[in-house]
Design a protein around this ligand. Structure first.
Ligand SMILES: O=C([O-])CC(=O)C(=O)O
Length: 166
């Protein structure tokens, strides 16, 4: 699937950038996964060192959406691993953006999805099931709302209030 390049989108959408309807995430993410360019409607999750809700979302059909997980930037455990990467791929998620860590990097890099995370960490997270779905999150200096659109490629990550046209 041909995507929209983030640099091109920035160059051709100055009014949207000025109004804040198009926002650029600060460049704090590492790139994982087979698909270096991905985009789709956003589903937000807010969790803290607990990935039960992450799994339950990825168990549902992705239909080309992007799961944005605000894990508060925790550097103490991983919120996504190889099994969840496989699940996301098999259920048709376009990608996962994690404000936190992932693990099983080699397995995730083999999955046909795009993944962005701050870092990798070998420990798994808690399994209590705490967190919130569909709430506004603040990641990498940017407000992100459930239902907005995310565009990621090798240059960076954009969030847009609505779908961008080519
Ligand atoms: O279950 C977890 O905590 C994450 C994980 O390791 C996996 O997805 O393989």
């Amino acid at each position: 699937m041909a995507g929209i390049a983030t640099a091109e989108a920035c160059d051709s959408n100055a009014p949207l950038l000025a109004s804040g309807d198009l926002r650029v995430l600060q460049p704090v993410f590492t790139i994982y996964g087979q698909s270096r360019m991905f985009s789709g409607p956003i589903v937000t999750l807010k969790v803290f060192e607990d990935n039960v809700l992450v799994r339950s979302m990825l168990e549902s059909r992705g239909e080309g959406r992007v799961l944005v997980v605000d894990g508060a930037g925790s550097m103490r455990c991983a919120l996504v691993g190889g099994n969840l990467g496989q699940l996301a791929q098999n259920n048709g998620w376009a990608g996962i953006v994690v404000n936190g860590c992932i693990r099983d990097v080699d397995e995730i890099n083999a999955c046909d999805i795009g993944v962005r995370a701050l870092a990798s960490h070998p420990m798994k997270s808690n399994k209590r099931g705490h967190g919130e779905k569909g709430v506004n999150v603040h990641i990498a200096g940017t407000l992100i709302r459930d239902g907005e659109w995310l565009y990621a490629d090798s240059d960076g990550i954009l969030v847009s209030k609505s779908e961008l046209s080519v």
